[in-house]
Design a protein around this ligand. Structure first.
Ligand SMILES: Nc1ncnc2c1ncn2[C@@H]1O[C@H](COP(=O)(O)OP(=O)(O)OP(=O)(O)O)[C@@H](O)[C@H]1O
Length: 832
């Protein structure tokens, strides 16, 4: 479990996992030498790994378990009467060796007080042979370092004591430790793993340095036990060796970090047995607690289904978090007494050891990368590759190619080249190197994105942008409203369905059934519908003045063209309006009809009025379409005639050939077949016919493309005409004029695009109030009219904007661009 968690960690920090070793914690049992070894009770298997405990019923300790007599434990080795060296060989040697390869290692001694834990871990100082695992480990570490000349290994050491849940730095007395530093130790746990905050670590270059630290720690342990009145054997001690191994080859940026924890646990005997009290009781309580937490942690670690491991329950388990299985080679030495009298604690120790053995390990060596070395290596590599490239260029006669990053001048040059290439003044852009190619593409991208922005800006300027749902609603409404007119008035390709007449804006009729504002727009009161609604029309409509472009050129309604036409038209109209305002006598005010006219009649008027220009284009395009179709028919007929001629001639030739065959062929001296004149003429004719056929067919193909193109233009015109009509109709008959006036200043929305019911309902109340005010004020205070009028208009405007709030964002969003062109005159809402 812990191993899996460690794996996740290592991947997160992007280190390289060299190899994974899956196994369990190794457990050895070491018996303290005794002449009274209980041979009948403790039996060791021939494999030296199996330990059987057999208790006789009459044994005085059978109170331990009077039901069970036999226990069997399977461990990794039984060390009886083993020398310190043998113990080290069996327990520690490979762990230490692996630590230098980057694997973490932990060796731990567990057992009852006096069973030999400290002897095993630290050993005795009187006799060199009795030195324990720690001094031997230090020796092995420095020897192995000496044997690895290609590696630069740094060794650091710390020594921690945990006594009654308090942490002590056993090396805090070393001269290099800053005594002013906060000595409060705390176990911390972050992405680097577990460490003790405030614990001093000491760089050591020799075995002797390291041993000094060990002894300093041991001494401090004893002194502290006197000063603080604590029993040194009642604490847990963790001696840690930190290793960091770099390659001496500078080009190798990989390095490993590992640590070896050497743990001497406090005596594990049970509280009840000691019958202790006071200080001893307190110590025993802490030890028991921490050891039982250790046991719980071990049980949890052994259970692969457990997600949570209670490491933080005690200082000991927390400090050993990354040393108990997981990404660590862990070895436990279970120290026991050999005497029968201690069998109870021996059994307890063996049970603990067996549980420990179940903890899985997934030991991983992690390679780190030294960033400085990596950068240096890459720089070297780049320099080398550049040299290679220069040599290569010389060999293929490509001199003076620069591989450095492009400077601003070079980029500007490339930009100019790309622009010239795009406008056609440069045929090719010579390839120089990869950087230049990349910059060329980059410039293409820049230009493309600039153009996209420009196009979008132009479209936004020209069209009202609606979001899709609005557009769909609009189209549906549009279709419904115009279905009658559409069926009857548009869509006939022969051109008879439209009353097309083009009236220049300057010569617009003066009256209109739409009853629009005086001076804003000419009114055509002579239209049939208008006559019904307003019979006193003052002027008949003028004949439209057609200024058609050359018939040989197709008329398109590309956005650009329409723009220019619209601008021209608007300018003309403005001029016309100004002229009317300054020169013409005031026209008779024509009021808007109380109910909107039928759309069919209105459409006729529209085509003569605002829609005249587009109607003209539509008509001309359709005329061209009809002409091209007629030509297509003609050519098709011609082709059919030629085909008929080809078939006949081919038949005649076959007959001639058959005749020749029947009569016997004449062969010339050169071996060629001789034919008569008729046959010769037939061949010539067939050739001519085929030539004609090909020519006519090519012409037909061209015409076909032309017809398709014309058809598209006609369709576009038709659609545009309908859309404009719709807007015009709404503005002219459905949307109250005051609403249009109010919105005139806002100038960004055309009312023809909005659902009419919404517009009307917006201003009903305001309109009523306004009329009432007008009435009252004109009577009493005519001079206040402007003020109140402005106020009312402002209120109306705000009401409108409030109601329209939901329409505003949609114009900012990219969406469907509708054909509601804003720059067609005259609309109080339209703007260029
Ligand atoms: N294998 C051994 N060979 C010789 N002497 C030993 C051996 N094991 C233990 N002893 C001796 O037994 C005594 C108690 O051993 P030690 O202090 O190592 O026990 P301990 O388990 O560490 O006890 P504590 O829990 O009190 O620290 C010491 O005097 C030690 O020298």
């Amino acid at each position: 479990m812990a191993g899996r968690r460690n794996m996740v960690f290592s991947l997160r920090v992007k280190k390289l996992v060299m190899s994974v070793k899956n196994s369990n914690i190794s457990v050895f049992v070491r018996v303290r030498p005794t002449p009274e070894f209980a041979q009948e009770i403790i039996k060791v298997g021939t494999d030296n790994k199996t330990i059987d405990i057999h208790l006789r019923r009459d044994h005085k300790n059978d109170v331990v378990n009077n039901k069970r007599q036999d226990w069997s434990f399977k461990l990794d080795g039984f060390l009886h009467n083993a020398s310190q060296e043998d113990v080290y060989e069996a327990v520690a040697k490979s762990v230490v060796s692996k630590a230098l390869d980057g694997y973490n290692g932990t060796i731990m001694c567990y057992g009852q007080t006096g069973a030999g834990k400290t002897f095993t871990m630290t050993g005795a100082t009187e006799n060199y042979k009795h030195r324990g695992i720690i001094p031997r480990t230090l020796q092995q570490v420095f020897r192995e370092i000496e044997n690895r000349p290609d590696q630069a290994v740094t060794v650091r050491i710390s020594y921690l004591e945990i006594y009654n849940e308090n942490l002590f730095d056993l090396l805090s007395t070393m001269p290099e430790v800053d005594i002013n530093q906060d000595t409060q130790l705390a176990i911390a746990d972050d992405s680097r793993g577990v460490f003790v905050k405030g614990l001093s670590t000491h760089l050591t270059r020799h075995e002797e340095d390291a041993l000094n630290l060990l002894f300093e720690g041991e001494t401090n342990r004893i002194i502290a036990s006197h000063m603080l009145n604590k029993n040194s054997s009642r604490s847990h001690c963790i001696f840690t060796i930190y290793l960091e191994s770099h390659s001496r080859t500078l080009s190798n940026a990989k390095y490993t970090i590992s640590k070896i924890n050497l743990v001497d646990l406090a005596g594990s005997e049970r509280l009840g047995k000691t019958g202790s009290e006071g200080q001893i009781l307190k110590e025993a309580t802490y030890i028991n607690k921490s050891l039982s937490f250790l046991e719980q942690t071990i049980i949890a670690l052994a259970d692969r289904s457990r997600d949570h491991i209670p490491f933080r329950q005690s200082k000991l388990t927390h400090a050993l978090k990354d040393s108990l299985g997981g990404n660590c080679q862990t070895v436990l030495v279970a120290n026991i007494y050999g005497e029968a009298t201690q069998i109870e604690e021996t059994l307890s120790t063996l049970r603990f050891a067996t549980r420990m053995k179940c903890i899985p390990t997934e030991c991983v060596a992690i390679e780190h990368f030294d960033p400085e070395r990596t950068v240096k290596n890459l720089e070297k590599e780049i320099a080398l590759l550049k040299q290679e490239l220069i040599k290569h260029d010389i060999l293929v006669n490509r001199t003076l190619v620069n591989y450095e990053p492009l400077n601003e001048t070079q980029i500007a040059n490339i930009k100019t080249q790309v622009r010239r290439y795009l406008d056609g003044s440069l045929d090719e852009i010579d390839i120089v190197n990869v950087r230049q190619i990349q910059e060329v593409f980059n410039q293409f991208k820049v230009i493309l994105s600039q153009q996209e922005q420009e196009v979008e800006a132009r479209l936004r300027h020209k069209y009202t942008v609606m979001d899709k749902s609005e557009a769909a609603a609009f189209v549906a409404a549009h279709k419904a409203a115009l279905s009658d007119a559409e069926r009857q008035l548009v869509g006939e390709v022969d051109g008879h369905g439209f009353g097309i007449g083009v009236a220049p804006l300057s010569s617009k009729p003066t009256g209109s059934l739409s009853g629009r504002k005086k001076g804003k727009k000419s009114k055509d009161m002579s239209s049939p519908v208008a006559k019904k609604e307003a019979p006193a029309s003052p002027a008949p409509p003028k004949e439209p003045e057609v200024t058609s472009p050359s018939k040989t050129n197709l008329l398109t309604i590309s956005a650009k063209e329409m723009d220019s036409k619209d601008v021209l038209a608007r300018e003309q109209e403005v001029a016309s309006v100004e002229t009317q305002q300054s020169e013409s006598p005031p026209k008779v005010e024509v009021t808007r009809p109380s109910s909107p006219p039928p759309k069919m009649a209105a459409f006729e008027e529209f085509k003569n009025e605002r829609g005249s220009e587009i109607n003209r284009i539509f008509k001309e395009n359709k005329a061209i379409l009809i002409d091209r179709k007629a030509k297509m028919r003609e050519i098709t007929q011609t082709i059919n005639i030629i085909k008929y001629g080809i078939d006949n001639t081919t038949q005649a030739l076959s007959a001639k050939a058959q005749e020749r065959e029947n009569q016997g062929e004449y062969i010339s001296d050169e071996g060629q077949t001789i034919i008569d004149e008729d046959e010769f003429n037939l061949i010539v004719r067939l050739k001519d016919l085929k030539k004609q056929y090909r020519a006519e067919y090519d012409q037909l193909r061209g015409l076909k493309a032309e017809v398709q193109y014309c058809q598209r233009l006609v369709d576009q015109c038709r659609q545009r005409l309908l859309t404009e009509f719709d807007i015009w109709y709404n503005e002219s008959f459905l949307i109250p004029e005051n609403v249009q006036n109010v919105l005139k200043e806002g100038d960004t929305i055309r009312p023809g695009l909005l659902p009419v019911d919404k517009i009307v309902s917006l201003c009903d109340d305001d309109q009523e109030r306004f009329e009432q005010l007008q009435h009252d004020l004109f009577v009493d205070q005519p001079e206040a009219f402007a003020f109140y009028s402005a106020k009312i208009k402002s209120d109306q405007r705000h009401n409108y904007l409030k109601a329209m709030a939901k329409y505003y964002p949609m114009r900012k969003k990219p969406g469907v661009i509708t054909a509601a062109v804003r720059n067609k005159p005259p609309s109080v809402f339209s703007s260029a």
